[in-house]
Design a protein around this ligand. Structure first.
Ligand SMILES: [Zn+2]
Length: 254
């Protein structure tokens, strides 16, 4: 294979790796932000349940206090009952006691309802807190993983930049320019393989005579449709096939 073409294929592979590393680094803060948001939402739900529980407990205490006051009033009214002189007064006092007892009974019912609600929310809170513990652990792990990956990509980026410079130096300036130009126009992908008679950059059919020209390896041949530099992978060719990686940037558009 023509030396230039070999270099171009390598250069393309390096550029794709660089592209992936840069993209990861670019998207990294947003990914961390997403993780943060998810865990904050989870914490918010726990806090909401806690606040609801506190408010219910406060409500219950108030109702109990009211009930106690009612009971006191019943007790006092019953004491007064022994001191009444007339039947009319006696009837009136009885009526008052009855009314107070009815009110107390309603308050007791209300307290029971609040207690039921407290039980429900306590169970929910317990579940949510447990869930939060699990999610916190997952969050830390995911965040560490992202951080490690970012570091790894950073190291790959540095290494590949050096390699890229070396490869670029081996190319003729005009060819390097041509490669860069195609890459800019064609979404980062300038060197593509001919596969099953089609260009793997734009999926268009490549005429057999063009494929023959590619095979003779005497010149740099470009795709008649998308203008990308073509190569044909031969058996025993040790150069990495980077076409699958190319899919990651999207090679649509001819
Ligand atoms: Zn093409």
């Amino acid at each position: 294979m023509k030396k230039e073409l070999e270099i171009l294929i390598k250069l393309q592979a390096v550029d794709l790796e660089l592209y992936r590393a840069e993209r990861f680094h670019r998207e990294y803060p947003e990914k961390v932000k997403k993780l943060d948001k998810r865990i904050e939402d989870e914490k918010g739900r726990v806090k909401q349940a806690q606040e609801r529980l506190e408010s219910l407990q406060k409500d219950k205490r108030q109702k109990e206090k009211d009930l106690e006051a009612d009971m006191d009033r019943v007790k006092k009214s019953e004491e007064k009952l022994t001191a009444v002189k007339t039947n009319k007064e006696y009837q009136a006092a009885l009526k008052e006691i009855e009314a107070l007892k009815k009110m107390s009974s309603e308050k007791e019912d209300a307290i029971l309802l609040v207690m039921e609600e407290i039980d429900t929310i306590q169970a929910e809170l317990k579940h949510r807190e447990k869930e939060l513990q699990i999610k916190l652990k997952e969050y830390e792990e995911a965040k560490n993983r992202l951080e490690e990956e970012d570091k790894k990509y950073g190291a790959v980026g540095e290494e590949k930049h050096v390699l890229r410079e070396e490869l670029a130096r081996e190319l003729e300036l005009s060819l390097h320019r041509q490669y860069q130009k195609i890459k800019e126009k064609r979404n980062g992908l300038a060197v593509v393989m001919v596969k099953d008679g089609t260009c793997s950059g734009c999926s268009m059919h490549i005429p057999p005579q063009v494929i023959n020209e590619v095979l003779t390896n005497e010149h740099i041949i470009t795709c008649p449709s998308c203008n990308r530099i073509l190569y044909v992978k031969k058996a025993g060719n040790t150069i990495d096939n980077h076409q699958s990686k190319a899919d990651t940037i999207g090679t649509q558009g001819v």
